[in-house]
Design a protein around this ligand. Structure first.
Ligand SMILES: Cc1ncc(COP(=O)(O)O)c(C=O)c1O
Length: 499
C-alpha cells in the first residue's frame, strides 16, 4: 500500500500541520508522488513522470544496491562516530581519492546546510577573520548562518545584509554585469571581488572566506568564465581568507568529465574547503566538509571538540560507499557526458527554432534554458517559464524554474537519464514552446491591428496562464519563419569554460 490518505486529504493535512512557508513543487497544482524507480516517479494513480529535476536521487531513485547496503548495515549496527568503525574511515579514504591531494580531512554532517555552516566555522577559526564574500543570487542553506550569506533568500525577505557579508556580482556572462562581448569577463568579475576586499580592508574588516558554488544553481545555472576562480582565490588568499567551493548540488560526477565541478576550472585551481551533500547519500541524509590538514589543525587548536550525533554513522557511510561504487560501476560520469552533450545539441536546435529560448548553458547533466521575451534586451520570460513547467507536468515531464527572475528552466536529472529520455523531454518542450509563441504572436498581431495605422511592434505581456493547450501539433511556428526570427544569433559563448 503506497497511500495512507486520498490526495485531497493529504493536501488538507499538509495545509493544517506543515508550516505554510515549506516549499512545494507546482504549488498551484501539486503532485502526490508515492514511489520512484531510476529516473521515473509515479503518482498515486500510477502515472509515470520523467524526473528531470532530482539531483539528489543521483544514481537513480531507489537503487537496489543502495537499499541493500543500508539494510545490511542497519541489521548489524548503527551508532554515532565516537566509536571506531571501518565504514567512516573507508568512506573518507575513498572520498579523498576523488579530490586533489591537499583536500584530505573530512567532517561528516547530515545536510548541505550543516556542511556549509561548519565550513564557515573552519574558515573563521583559521585566521580569526570574520567576513564572508558571497555571490549575488547565491543559496547556501537554510541555517541562520547561511541565510545571512544567501542573497537568494535575504534579498527576498525582511532580513538586511549583515555588515560582515559582502556580495560580489554573479559571474554570469549572459545577463550579468560583464557579458560574452567583454574581452575578459573572468578578470572583470574577479576585479569586483578584489575591490570588495580593498574596501573591507579600508573599513578595518578582515576576510575569512569567499564562498561560491562551482556552478551556481539557484542563481540560474550559471557557469563562471574560465580563469575566474583562480583570480578570486589569489585575491582571497592574499587577504588571509579561504576559498569554499559549495558542491552540494553539482558534485559527484554530474559534470561528466570531472568528479567535482570545480575541477573544470583546471588543475591550478584547488579550493581550501569543499562542501557536499544532496547526491552523496542518494536521498539518505548525508553530507560532508573536506579541507586541508592545516585548516583542520587550526580548528582543533581552538580546543573545542566537534561532535555530530548522526554525521558519518555506519549506515550513512555504507550508503555513501554504495553510491561511489555505482557511479563507477555504471559509468555514470560517462553517461552524464554522453547524454548531456546530446541534450545540449538538441536544445541548441530548439534555440535556433524558438525565440523564447535566449540561452542554453550547461555541462554534463546540469543544464539551464534561459527563456526571454526578446533577444536584444534579454527580458526574462518569467510567466512563460512558469507556464512551460506546468504544461510539461501535464505531459508527465518534471522540470523546475529558478534564477533571480525565475525564468530559467533547470535540468538536473538522476545520472541514469538516457538519450531517449532527453529526446522525449525536448520533443515535449518543443510542442509547448511552439504553442506559447503562437499565442504570443497572435496577441502581437491583435495589438498591431488595434493600433493601426501606428503599427507598433510592442506586444503586451503574454497572458500565458490563459493559453489553451495546442501542443498536439508541434510543428514549426510559421509566423516566426516569416519574420526571419529563426536564425541562431546567440551561438555558443566563447568565454565559457570548455570541458
Ligand atoms: C548550493 C546549495 N548549498 C547548500 C544547500 C543546503 O543543503 P540542505 O538542503 O541539504 O541543507 C543547498 C540546498 O538546496 C544548495 O542548493
Amino acid at each position: 500500500m503506497c497511500e495512507l490518505y486520498s490526495k485531497q486529504d493529504t493536501l488538507a493535512l499538509r495545509g493544517k500541520h506543515i508550516g505554510p512557508s515549506c516549499e512545494i513543487f507546482f504549488a498551484a497544482d501539486p503532485i502526490k508522488i508515492v514511489r520512484a524507480q531510476r529516473q521515473y516517479m509515479f503518482d498515486e494513480k500510477g502515472e509515470q513522470y520523467l524526473d528531470c529535476i532530482n539531483n539528489v536521487a543521483h544514481v537513480g531513485h531507489c537503487h537496489p544496491e543502495v537499499f541493500k547496503a543500508a539494510l545490511k548495515q542497519m541489521e548489524l549496527l548503527n551508532t554515532n562516530s565516537r566509536f571506531l568503525h571501518d565504514n567512516i574511515v573507508e568512506y573518507a579514504k575513498r572520498l579523498s581519492a576523488t579530490l586533489p591531494e591537499k583536500l584530505s580531512v573530512c567532517y561528516f554532517t547530515n545536510s548541505g546546510s550543516e556542511a556549509n555552516d561548519l565550513a564557515l566555522r573552519l574558515a573563521r577559526q583559521f585566521r580569526d577573520h570574520q567576513d564572508v564574500i558571497t555571490l549575488d543570487h547565491a543559496y547556501h542553506g537554510h541555517l541562520s548562518s547561511l541565510i545571512e550569506i544567501s542573497p537568494y533568500k535575504f534579498r527576498k525577505g525582511k532580513d538586511i545584509k549583515k555588515e560582515f557579508v559582502h556580495v560580489a556580482p554573479t559571474p554570469d556572462t549572459y545577463r550579468g554585469k560583464y557579458r560574452e562581448d567583454h574581452s575578459d569577463p573572468a578578470s572583470a568579475y574577479a576585479d569586483e571581488v578584489r575591490k570588495i576586499i580593498e574596501e573591507a580592508h579600508n573599513n578595518g574588516r578582515k576576510i575569512a572566506a569567499f564562498i561560491a558554488e562551482s556552478m551556481q544553481s539557484c542563481g540560474g545555472q550559471i557557469i563562471p568564465p574560465a580563469g575566474y576562480f583562480q583570480k578570486v582565490a589569489e585575491y582571497v588568499h592574499r587577504a588571509g581568507g579561504v576559498f569554499i567551493a559549495d558542491e552540494v548540488q553539482v558534485g559527484f560526477g554530474r559534470v561528466g568529465k570531472h568528479f567535482w565541478s570545480f575541477q573544470m576550472h583546471g588543475e591550478d585551481f584547488v579550493p581550501d574547503i569543499v562542501t557536499m551533500g544532496k547526491p552523496m547519500g542518494n536521498g539518505h541524509p548525508m553530507a560532508c566538509v573536506v579541507t586541508t590538514k592545516e585548516i583542520a589543525e587550526a580548528f582543533n587548536s581552538a580546543g573545542v571538540e566537534y561532535f555530530n550525533t548522526y554525521g558519518g554513522n555506519p549506515v550513512s557511510c555504507a550508503v555513501g560507499l554504495a553510491v561511489l561504487d555505482i557511479i563507477e560501476n555504471e559509468d555514470l560520469q560517462g553517461n552524464a557526458t554522453r547524454v548531456g552533450n546530446y541534450l545540449i545539441e538538441l536544445l541548441n536546435k530548439q534555440k535556433a527554432k524558438h525565440t523564447l529560448i535566449g540561452d542554453v548553458r550547461g555541462i554534463g547533466l546540469f543544464i539551464g534554458i534561459d527563456l526571454v521575451k526578446d533577444h536584444e534586451q534579454r527580458t526574462p520570460a518569467t510567466a512563460e517559464a512558469q507556464h512551460v513547467i506546468y504544461k510539461m507536468k501535464e505531459k508527465r515531464v518534471l522540470l523546475s524554474v529558478d534564477g533571480p527572475h525565475r525564468n530559467v528552466l533547470k535540468i538536473k536529472p538522476p545520472m541514469c537519464f538516457t538519450e531517449e529520455n532527453a529526446k522525449v523531454m525536448v520533443d515535449q518542450l518543443d510542442g509547448i514552446l511552439t504553442a506559447v509563441e503562437e499565442a504570443m504572436q497572435a496577441e502581437t498581431q491583435s495589438v498591431i491591428s488595434e493600433n493601426t495605422p501606428c503599427r507598433t511592434k510592442m506586444h503586451k505581456d503574454a497572458h500565458v496562464e490563459l493559453l489553451s493547450d495546442s501542443t498536439n501539433d508541434p510543428t514549426e511556428n510559421p509566423s516566426r519563419k516569416r519574420n526571419g526570427m529563426c536564425t541562431n544569433k546567440h551561438s555558443l559563448l566563447s568565454k565559457r569554460l570548455k570541458t
